[in-house]
Design a protein around this ligand. Structure first.
Ligand SMILES: [Zn+2]
Length: 277
């Protein structure tokens, strides 16, 4: 989800007026220990560890003294790697005659202009392909088309992540090692590694305990929850909603994803947070 800096400033203003903003780990701890909580508590989270979060969002949070949690993909921090949807979007920028040489991209090459909407459709159509298979397909297509790795990072470096982690307003959680989707079709050993190694790596680099987890793409199954619960205090999903009832499931916490076009004024943001379609 993407919002402009001024929209984000407006979000903070509205959230502060309507809610008490707490760090997610404090909310979890209070809720688990039956300690008092504000009647309307709200926590702010960011996924992936994008560099623009460091450049734009976190200075705005710091200026407003608002806490937030960032879920980082440990093996991608400090690299120039891209997530697979971004790599597909980059492949689709190639001219049609070049895309034609790649069998699984042929059906898209007839389109003379691939708009962001078409790109989104292509990415959506590949969502059922397992990550390892998808990454192989992308890698061989990139090789065949001579696409070289990115030379500038889209994600934060370790010193940048450490700088955020050292600020008492901010907390870092795990979003796996490689952003693999942790659904029922993922091999157990790989799933375990993604959940455990990311925690270890983040704790080693940041020198702090990492207690919160975020499921890539919001995908999980019973096995995922079981494994995450062994190593973390709580986990967030992409399921929109409010975690208000007394029977909160700490490993399937709901969130609202906000995007510029559905949150650029006060009314739109509040409608979004009320789960208005
Ligand atoms: Zn993510």
């Amino acid at each position: 989800m993407i919002v402009e800096p001024d929209t984000f400033r407006l979000h903070l203003q509205v959230l502060r007026e309507e809610f008490t903003i707490l760090p997610l780990n404090e909310w979890v701890e209070r809720k688990k220990n039956n300690l008092p909580l504000p009647s309307k508590a709200c926590a702010i989270t960011f996924d992936d560890g994008w560099l623009d979060n460091f450049e734009y969002a976190f200075p705005i949070l710091e200026e407003a003294s608002v806490p937030a949690t960032l879920f980082a993909v440990s093996d991608m921090i400090g690299t120039c790697e891209l997530f697979w949807p971004n790599r597909i979007a980059r492949l689709l920028q190639q001219p049609a005659n070049r895309l034609n040489s790649i069998p699984w991209l042929q059906k898209f090459s007839s389109n003379p202009f691939i708009s962001p909407e078409v790109s989104a459709q292509v990415i959506y159509s590949l969502k059922d392909t397992p990550d390892h298979q998808l990454l192989q397909l992308i890698e061989s297509a990139e090789q065949a088309l001579g696409i070289t790795p990115e030379s500038s990072p889209s994600l934060m470096s370790w010193p940048q992540l450490k700088q955020l982690s050292d600020n008492e307003l901010f907390d870092i959680g795990s979003h796996t090692s490689h952003h693999f989707r942790l659904g029922a079709d993922l091999d157990s050993a790989v799933m375990q590694r993604e959940i455990i190694e990311s925690k270890k790596q983040l704790e080693r680099e940041l020198g702090k305990p990492v207690n919160l987890f975020c499921y890539p793409n919001g995908d999980y199954c019973d096995r995922t929850i079981e494994e995450v619960a062994k190593h973390y205090e709580a986990a967030v999903t992409t399921q929109p909603g409010i975690n208000g009832s007394s029977s909160t499931d700490f490993f399937t916490l709901q969130r609202f994803g906000v995007h510029q076009d559905s949150s650029f004024n006060r009314r739109k943001l509040l409608a979004k947070l009320a789960n208005w379609p």
